[in-house]
Ligand binder design. Structure first.
Ligand SMILES: NC(=O)c1ccc[n+]([C@@H]2O[C@H](COP(=O)([O-])OP(=O)(O)OC[C@H]3O[C@@H](n4cnc5c(N)ncnc54)[C@H](OP(=O)(O)O)[C@@H]3O)[C@@H](O)[C@H]2O)c1
Ligand SMILES: *[C@@H]1O[C@H](CO)[C@@H](O)[C@H](O)[C@H]1NC(C)=O
Ligand SMILES: *[C@@H]1O[C@H](CO)[C@@H](O)[C@H](O)[C@H]1NC(C)=O
Ligand SMILES: *[C@@H]1O[C@H](CO)[C@@H](O)[C@H](O)[C@H]1NC(C)=O
Length: 323
């Protein structure tokens, strides 16, 4: 008993305090205004951070279009959200970002059926071991194709609608791992990577850098239109993102301390997305990155010419420009 009293209890208390302190530092979205009449699109809203974002927006009475590749999974997510939140509108719509045809089809449904779109949240993302050599339906490297190109095309197809709905926003979910990325114009298909078993994933890192550069360039192009653009890192969040990565039992043990101090619940992970999508504080800002519900200064510096070139190459690859 004395041991428990004098050693174990203080340790538990200290750990709880540290965890609590970290949770405060992660920040939360302070905006609580009603979103009644505001229309949001969230890609990948059936799982992880996207699902919580949909739930919290509906709680504030928003109309949320849940753009998911599996419509059944989207309906299940809605059923789950409806057990705790009854306000707002949740609309499932099919979108597969690994198919340019699907992106075009989704955009045409939106343009036809929805008079206004106020916020587009590009949240969907994949992290797949590169030894699997996965490509999209159109033959792009899977991370570049889904995380960047699919969203690039989607955003461009919806720009006119977003401008007509101004003041409006585009929120791009990236990651601080973008700092480890590079835009390899001579290797966008990833054919030059060594594809052995490795936990390194240049494909993911590079696609998250592409997200950040897309934000920068898009903000530049949208100056004066009333459409603001934000990119963000949600932090390390417990979701299904690593479902394709084989994880062994000892990884769990090694990773446990990291998880305890650094891993957020999806509800905490969604806060910076909600901040960028709804905070009145950000109404005059565009083209910047956020983390923990505040401005984040990226350690990655990239020549502006790289963002411009990435834009042009992406336009060609998705068929927005054909010369
Ligand atoms: N979790 C983290 O620690 C972390 C850290 C930094 C950044 N992020 C970013 O946060 C975002 C959300 O990820 P998450 O952690 O919430 O992971 P998640 O639970 O795996 O959610 C990812 C979502 O993307 C969807 N998706 C995947 N491929 C798609 C496609 N081809 N078309 C349409 N949707 C597709 C998934 O749909 P299915 O359910 O059908 O697969 C799922 O809804 C990602 O952009 C990720 O890069 C996450
Ligand atoms: C992926 O490609 C590499 C060669 O680039 C090959 O050695 C490997 O077997 C392939 N993996 C799969 C799952 O097809
Ligand atoms: C990409 O990020 C991972 C973390 O997932 C890191 O370990 C790795 O070094 C990075 N890969 C490259 C090629 O920079
Ligand atoms: C944004 O700019 C307008 C016009 O300059 C100003 O009235 C408003 O207070 C600003 N909003 C914020 C949150 O700084």
């Amino acid at each position: 008993m004395p041991v428990a009293l004098y050693v174990i209890l203080p340790v538990i208390l200290a750990l709880t305090l540290i965890r609590g302190y970290r949770e405060i530092k992660w920040g939360r979205c302070k905006s609580k205004s009603s979103l009644h009449g505001r229309v949001f699109i969230i890609t990948g809203a059936n799982s992880g951070i996207g699902k919580v974002t949909a739930r919290e927006l509906a709680r504030r009475k928003a109309t949320v279009i849940m753009a998911c590749r599996n419509i059944k999974s989207a309906r299940e997510a809605i059923e789950e959200i409806r057990q705790s939140v009854t306000t707002g509108q949740l609309i499932p719509l099919q979108l597969d970002l690994s198919s340019l045809a699907s992106v075009r089809n989704f955009a045409s449904v939106i343009i036809k059926d929805f008079p206004k779109i106020h916020v587009l949240i590009n949240n969907a993302g994949v992290f797949i071991p590169i030894e699997e050599n996965r490509t999209t339906e159109d033959g792009f490297e899977i991370h570049f194709g889904v995380n960047h190109l699919g969203h690039f095309l989607l955003t461009n197809l919806l720009l006119k609608k977003l401008m007509e709905s101004a003041p409006s926003r585009i929120v791009i979910v990236s990651s601080t791992l973008h700092e480890k990325g590079n835009i390899e114009f001579d290797n966008l298909d990833g054919k030059k990577w060594s594809r052995g078993k490795s936990r390194m994933n240049p494909g993911y890192n590079n696609s998250k850098l592409a997200n950040v550069l897309f934000c920068t360039e898009l903000a530049e192009k949208l100056k004066g239109t009333g459409v603001n653009v934000y990119t963000l890192c949600p932090g390390l969040v417990y979701t299904g993102l690593f479902r394709s990565t084989p994880i062994k039992w000892f990884h769990y043990i090694l990773f446990a301390p990291v998880a305890f101090f650094f891993m957020r619940t999806p509800t905490k992970g969604a806060q910076t997305i909600l901040h960028c999508a709804t905070s009145e504080e950000l109404e005059n800002e565009s083209g910047l990155m956020y983390r923990d519900c505040k401005l984040y200064r990226s350690k990655k510096s990239v020549e502006p010419s790289v963002s411009k070139q990435l834009w042009e190459v992406s336009e060609q690859l998705v068929g927005l420009k054909t010369d």
